[in-house]
Design a protein around this ligand. Sequence first.
Ligand SMILES: Nc1ncnc2c1ncn2[C@@H]1O[C@H](COP(=O)(O)OP(=O)(O)OP(=O)(O)O)[C@@H](O)[C@H]1O
Ligand SMILES: [Mg+2]
Length: 244
Amino acid sequence: MPNENMTTIAIVGQKGGAGKTTLARVLASAALASKQRVHVIDTDPQSAFSRWYARVSKNGGGALPEDRFHIEVQHDADALAARVDELYEAGDTDLVLIDTKGELTEWTGKVMREADRLIMPVMPTPTDIEIQLQTLDFYEDLREMHPDDFPPLACVLTRVPPNGKRSKAEERSVAEIASQFPIVPTVLVARASYIKMDEEGFLHVLRQRIAENPAERLQVKNIEETLSEAVDIFNEVMEFTDEG
Ligand SMILES: Nc1ncnc2c1ncn2[C@@H]1O[C@H](COP(=O)(O)OP(=O)(O)OP(=O)(O)O)[C@@H](O)[C@H]1O
Ligand SMILES: [Mg+2]
């Protein structure tokens, strides 16, 4: 039976290194921690997510339980549409996450149209924002072409310095985005725990491992804070509307 509640989220944005794949792993961690069944479609030719998954799984950092997580590589945008339909019809997936490469082409437009929601990570620096604003223009053009059938988009601020201080120029750049698109309230802080996730595996799995290992107990607070940030971002990404 189809799963009417299945949600497909594509993580987009032209800027390389903005944190697309990191955000995809963060959302997967949060959804898995909330007992959802997650399916990742990795459309990036560099296959960063799938390589990462293969690597961390060998050391026990993959999804737990394994049967609630699947990942596949798919570079063909037309085949992608069929896969999303199949997952919907099969009914055993709650969240589909599409990780993408940073480009603005016909391919990007096709991938965007397969999603129910789009999210774009933005590092709040003037250069990154300038490049991501081009993604927003690209998105607006496509949305005008398909006014009744194009997913809403929200931004997530990423790699935000832990002290949260922003220069005037950064404030202005963020305000420029916020005047046009919703920005989810919780930001992805630049944290050692995200580097640990890159090295070792999903956040909820790290939390469990750290809690069970007396030598790592001191890190429990860090990882719990990070997972709670992940869950907040996930909930906000599931809830935003076109109105902001
Ligand atoms: N919040 C964060 N805290 C610490 N490190 C981070 C954070 N976000 C991203 N990084 C690191 O920054 C680098 C780039 O991030 P990531 O690979 O997620 O970007 P991307 O947008 O997917 O890049 P690409 O365009 O190559 O696909 C990675 O090494 C990642 O571990
Ligand atoms: Mg990536």
